[in-house]
Design a protein around this ligand. Structure first.
Ligand code: Q9C
Ligand code: ZN
Length: 343
């Protein structure tokens, strides 16, 4: 299997993350991608390619223009305002004050476009996010061109929490959504996105919630107990034309692979019935038993097993990297899924 990878991921290198009342070193760090690419190479998964430059059009096909412009200009605005350091929103358009206008003040804009306090804005973030969506799109085109049945986009920063006009949960552009829309715009009629990251893919759900040309399925920690806290319940099944095309599988703290697998099997049966032209896997390995911020109990071997089961769909497939924070083991876990797929 070919891997698409860009060294530009390193430009996303924030110093801090607000976590349980303290500023800590970010869980979503450059070393994650370094360990994964080392495992891809040392285990001989296949060739490693650099991404092509797709520009902004595929991003604007799913994200709001004002949001994209905010991300592009943020560092300059922050500096021009005389502010130092990494940026976190001080105020939000929360339930008691819905935004009727987008503020002019840089901190107001930050609050408008952010969805969580875990993700600071920092220099280099824009360039890294641009390279990450290029990695995703290049991997997707390897499969759409018919040259490959499967490909791996080693995206960093991740994408599945990014919504139409919000960043957060370590995500800026929704790489899976950008890729799915690109596939639809270049000849696919139907795309399935299977999200196996520990966290609910709230951004992907929101982007496609009204649509029947993208089937979204997510297995994740029950939002009653974990991030993103407000979306990902089983009752969220889509709206309008999208009714019946969104499937959430929330699981409780301590969930075993056996419990997780029962949900995966349901999801795979739904994908089979949908008969998509392409399957995009939002691949987070934060389901691992020793992940520091998650609560599932998957082992190294479980990753191989589910890769094999996804491959059994027999569909053109693209794996796009999302989360996974047991950094020293992220390489083995990620490549286990990909080798499972090929076995
Ligand atoms: N106690 C991905 O895996 N955690 N994002 C906030 C606060 C945010 C994870 C916890 C986790 C985001 C791509
Ligand atoms: Zn995650």
């Amino acid at each position: 299997m070919k891997t698409v990878f860009s060294e530009k991921h390193k430009l996303r290198d924030a110093k801090g993350e607000l976590y349980q009342g303290e500023f800590v070193a970010p869980f979503e760090c450059p070393r994650r991608a370094e360990i994964i690419i080392d495992a891809v190479r040392s285990r001989g998964l296949g060739e490693v390619l650099a991404p092509e430059d797709y520009g902004l059009d595929p991003v604007l096909a799913v994200h709001d223009e004002g949001f994209v412009e905010f991300l592009r200009t943020f560092e300059d605005e922050w500096e021009a305002a005389g502010f130092k350091g990494e940026a976190l929103a001080p105020c939000w358009p929360s339930r008691s004050m819905t935004a009727s206008q987008i503020p002019l003040h840089v901190e107001g804009r930050l609050g408008y476009y952010a969805l969580s306090t875990d993700t600071v804005m920092s220099p280099g973030t824009w360039e890294a996010a641009m390279s990450s969506k290029d990695v995703a799109l290049t991997a997707t085109d390897l499969v759409l061109d018919g040259k490959e049945n499967v490909a791996f986009g080693l995206c960093r920063p991740p994408g599945h929490h990014a919504a139409t006009d919000q960043f957060g949960g370590y995500c800026f552009f929704n790489n899976a959504a950008v890729s799915a829309q690109h596939a639809l715009n270049t000849g696919c009629a139907k795309v399935a996105i299977l999200d196996v990251d520990f966290h609910h893919g709230n951004g992907t759900q929101e982007i496609f919630y009204d649509r029947d040309d993208v089937l979204f399925l997510s297995l994740h920690g029950d939002p009653m107990h974990t991030f993103p806290h407000f979306l990902g319940h089983a009752g969220e099944t889509g709206r309008g034309a999208g009714a019946g095309f969104n499937h959430n599988y929330p699981l409780p703290p301590g969930a075993s692979y056996q419990m997780w697998l029962a949900k995966l099997q349901d999801a795979l049966a739904r994908i089979e019935a949908y008969d998509p032209d392409l399957v995009i896997v939002s691949l987070g390995v934060d389901t691992f038993e020793s992940d520091p911020i998650s609560f599932f109990k998957l082992t190294h071997d479980d990753f191989v097993d589910y890769g094999r089961r996804i491959a059994a769909l027999g569909k053109p497939s693209v794996y796009l990297m999302e989360g996974g924070y047991a950094v020293e083991e992220i390489g083995i876990n990620t490549t286990n899924v990909l080798f499972g797929h090929e076995s």
